[in-house]
Ligand binder design. Sequence first.
Ligand SMILES: [Fe+2]
Length: 259
Amino acid sequence: MSYIKLDALAETGYTVVDSYDQSADPREWENLVYVDWKSSGDTRFAPLASAYGDMECDGFWNHTPPKTDKDGVWVEENVAIAPRLTARAQEVGANIGRCRVIELQPNTYADAIYNLHRDDNNRLNPEGTGWIVRSFYNLTDNPDSVMILREDRDDPSTEVRVPLPAGTQVVIDTQRLYHAVWHSGSDPRYCLITSYESGPELKSWIQERHPVSSVESAPMSPEDISAGSAAAMAKRAQREAAGNAAQSASMGMEVLSEA
Ligand SMILES: [Fe+2]
């Protein structure tokens, strides 16, 4: 058995739909309660739905009892502050898991490449049910920032850079694609991220909004791409070396304690 997946994401793993008119919306994200939660880069999160309705952002499997990234429970305090954002998340009609606003501080292209990761959306998700994917609604106007997507983390030729003006709406299979945002502004970027179960509701919501499964990347010179990728790989190698050294040190300790 396998999971129910959407045709709209089959080819590239993402789809960009019609933009939302963010200019007509109140800036609810400015008043939300944020908790420190390190994701890709310097971030904080404001949970709208969490595993059991608490003001926290941990993976649903990391709770007692553990659960898959579905059946999120609304966090009353933040829902009261952001009824519009909550309504936007609910508008899709699909089962929602984690739902939160991310605050991301400005970073560099090299930072974003270093931060590329895949999400663990489907842990404990029973086969035969819908594959969990995520929507990203850009709230602030960040036309010079991009969502970087790569099918292969270390292969820049697989890279797509989706520009993020206000109202951009992207649905991404983030367990398939490596992803991270390069935010080049001076103020933080805010985005509503929601985990949805793939199925007829999400399919219709996408279909009704003129989905595009391949967008033209924001322009960037090949030199800048190579320089950023090289810097990220060097930093990663450094981290791995430090990790190995720490592991060897602790193994040495074990040997000593055995002796
Ligand atoms: Fe992610």
